[in-house]
Design a protein around this ligand. Structure first.
Ligand code: GDP
Ligand code: MG
Length: 713
């Protein structure tokens, strides 16, 4: 008897290992038609009647990723006789989610629990017989790596076909769901095979677009069914697909307790207790905001700030480095321009950036602790509920998390998002998060221009929260345009237990982040600072000038600075700093350092804030900060965006969007802010108009959403 067996499982469950052990050299490797996903077929070593197909690794049977679509099409069109579902025994919870869906397809399933060697080593216990009873399918324990259990696996698979298989639903959902599902079943029972009826009904309940296309509901039935589902969604305040996802997980949680006994019980119950508070439906978000406030407050305003002050006072203060170096250079009769380059350019510019190293150290340390302890993974879950409403999934949080270090890996991390549309949104917006290089800008503005202000402590945390907010708002705005429309796939992830971060791991991360920062200071930033010094100390007649206003740089800056006048900082120094920020964001601060003469701090009572206050008010400095946080990122990040988008057009769209959004936001902040101080002029009108346009873009109806919810039929 010829048999066709499909091998299905999560990525890394050991599929390829099992496939190779089963088939040996009898393999045929090709591609699935039209795509670059690998297709492997093979004959079982000692039973050439059995063909095995290695389907791509997947987490669920929703139609969001290419791999899922391929696997689903195969199961439904090629009709394998049996599915071998290989699961990682040490990761039951996540793996079983797919299992439940596979069983629902009505195709006979044999469950192969892999990695039994790991289970045995950990002294964990899996009750396979109970699993077999509960799931109504044969279960075989295997160790694919050592070819253990493979014969039994093949025997049980063939038995399933020869002895016959009777489908029985495993998960019964809430009564209200089952009622809707039976209404659906009633309407489609003549259109599909009986053993697949439940699968199709459940998928229609999930509003699965592919199934809706296949089944071709009668328009009247469709309207009736959708109004039932919509009503239930409103009642539950969630979309139907997520509701089923939650139900399946609830089932798995109850199920696991009966069949899986983990050896390390202590860590788990501790985690459970902490999670009760930290991931509580109502408390989770306020706690997250509070933690972020604390992190930025501690690193920028208190601990980190104190350290930075200490560094700045001792190294760059009255008797500090600038004075010492100037004295020494003068004593050896160095040329005045060389003294200028070294003291004002290098020490004043690069020093201004390096002075923030202690704050950066504290920030990276605290963020590292949050990440290593397992807290950040939970935030992805908490944000998933919010993100989902706007068509993004909690997965989007990981690129954001990476971007708080550097936007380059952040943009690359967007790869983990399956849907093309959502990946694009994240590539375009993840750079809004304040990366390490933006930290000096934030700290400088919070420290110098909000000095003594009652809201000083708010400035730094607001940068982080503004980043998240702008990503959410952008997602709302963008997803109403054609190129970005689409839903997010359910977010599935096993949460790690909480544990104390290891000093070694933390030290490693922080060290590497700081190292690359220092390296940049010694290269790009150093060169930029020197160039800025020359351009701001020489006039067009190439003579050294002590009046920066007559310099080459000033005349260039003055050509462009009017662009920023409506934002409140139309001065040439700020304009130049913003442009040098495109090379590396640290340059914003180092350019300020050179142009405002930070090296002179201490002499004649000058302080950084008095130097900057000539050109900035608190309000205009905040507008400046927001612009520099949101606008086009540095060249390295732009290059990454281009690589990840794989298209010049989309890169251009991304950079334009970022810069326009930054401009509009800063305009609104500055102009509306000025209105509160009693100023009303033509700028205010533009500010209000910009606000109206922004609000319109956020709240206008989404016509692409309607297509999925045919209420309007
Ligand atoms: P796939 O992504 O599902 O194709 O998974 P692979 O076959 O590539 O396996 C993922 C990893 O798990 C590899 O490092 C394998 O060596 C390992 N692996 C597979 N089966 C077993 C097993 O039974 N025991 C152990 N300890 N490791 C295994
Ligand atoms: Mg593989």
């Amino acid at each position: 008897m010829k048999l066709k067996i499909a091998l299905v499982g999560n990525p890394n469950s050991g599929k390829t290992t099992l496939f190779n052990s089963l088939t040996g050299n009898n393999q045929h490797i090709g591609n699935w038609p039209g795509v670059t996903v690998e297709k492997k077929e093979g004959l079982v070593r000692n039973n050439k009647d059995i063909t095995i197909i290695d389907l791509p690794g997947i987490y669920s049977l929703s139609p969001y990723s290419l791999e899922e679509v391929i696997s689903r099409d195969y199961i439904f069109n090629e009709k394998p006789d049996v599915i071998i579902n290989i699961i990682d025994g040490s990761n039951l919870e996540r793996n079983l989610y797919l299992t439940l869906q596979l069983i629902e397809t009505g195709v006979p399933v044999v469950l192969a629990i892999n990695m039994m060697d790991v289970i045995a080593k950990n002294k964990d216990v899996i009750k396979s017989e109970s699993i077999a009873k509960l799931l109504n399918c044969p279960v075989v324990e295997i160790t694919a790596l050592k070819s253990v259990g493979l014969e039994e696996l093949i025997t049980k698979s063939t038995d399933l076909v020869t002895k016959g298989y009777k489908y029985r639903p495993v998960v019964w959902y809430k009564e209200k769901i089952e009622n809707i599902v039976s209404t659906i079943s009633e309407k489609i029972k003549r259109k599909v095979e009986p053993e697949k009826l439940r699968w199709y009904s459940l998928k229609i309940f999930e509003k699965d677009e592919k199934v809706l296309e296949d089944v071709k509901l009668d328009p009247k039935d469709k309207e009736e069914i959708f109004s039932l589902i919509n009503l239930y969604e409103q009642e539950m305040d969630d979309d139907s697909e997520s509701i089923l996802t939650t139900e399946r997980y609830n089932y798995i949680n109850r199920f696991i307790e009966k069949v899986y006994f983990k050896n390390k019980i202590k860590a788990q119950s501790m985690t459970h207790k902490i999670d009760k508070v930290l991931t509580n439906k109502y408390l989770a978000l306020p706690i997250f905001v509070l933690i972020i406030f604390l992190v930025y407050y501690l690193s920028i305003s208190t601990i980190g700030g104190l350290l930075t002050d200490y560094v700045n006072d001792t190294i760059f203060g009255d008797n500090g480095l600038p004075g010492l170096v100037t004295g020494w250079l003068e004593s050896i009769n160095a040329w005045p321009w060389l003294i200028g380059v070294i003291v004002e350019g290098i020490i004043g510019g690069v020093g201004a950036v390096l002075g923030f190293l202690p704050q950066m150290f504290v920030l990276f340390l605290l963020l590292g602790i949050l990440e290593e302890s397992g807290y950040m993974a939970r935030i992805a879950f908490i944000l998933d509920r919010i993100f989902r409403r706007f068509g993004l999934s909690g997965k989007a949080f990981f690129p954001m998390l990476m971007s708080t270090g550097c936007a380059v890996p952040g943009v690359m991390a967007a790869r983990t998002i399956e849907e093309e549309s959502n990946r694009k949104v994240m590539i375009m917006t993840t750079t809004f998060m304040p990366c390490g290089a933006k930290l000096p800008i934030i700290a400088l503005i919070a420290g110098a221009l909000f000095r003594g202000s009652p809201i000083q402590w708010l400035i730094a945390p607001s940068a982080y929260l503004l980043g998240i907010l702008m990503i959410i708002i952008s997602s709302i705005i963008l997803k109403k345009f054609k190129g970005f429309a689409g839903k997010a796939s359910p977010f599935i992830m096993e949460l790690p237990d909480y544990h104390l971060p290891s000093i070694k791991g933390l030290g490693f991360t922080v060290y590497h982040k700081l190292k690359s920062f220092v390296k940049k200071a010694g290269t790009i930033i150093l060169v930029a600072a020197i160039i800025i010094w020359f351009l701001s100390n020489f006039s067009w007649s190439f003579a050294l000038t002590s009046n920066a206003e007559e310099s080459i740089l000033a005349s260039i800056g003055k050509l462009i600075d009017v662009i920023f006048t409506p934002l409140g900082w139309g001065n040439w120094k700020a304009a130049v700093a913003t442009f040098t920020g495109l090379v590396a964001k640290e340059n914003v601060v180092s350019t300020f350092g050179v142009l405002y003469g930070f090296a002179e701090v201490g002499e004649s009572g000058a302080e950084i804030w008095t130097l900057l206050a000539v050109d900035f008010t608190a309000l205009s400095s905040y507008s400046f900060l927001v612009f520099n946080l949101i606008c086009a990122p540095c060249f390295a990040a732009m290059g990454t965006i281009k690589r990840e988008m794989g298209s010049r057009k989309w890169t251009l769209i991304a950079i334009t969007y970022q810069t326009v959004l930054a401009y509009v936001l800063s305009l609104i902040i500055y102009q509306i802010g000025m209105m509160f101080t009693g100023v009303f002029n033509i700028g205010s009108v533009f500010g209000i108009l910009a606000l109206i346009v922004l609000i319109y873009l956020i709240f206008r109806p989404n016509k692409y959403l309607k297509k999925i919810e045919p209420k309007s039929l």
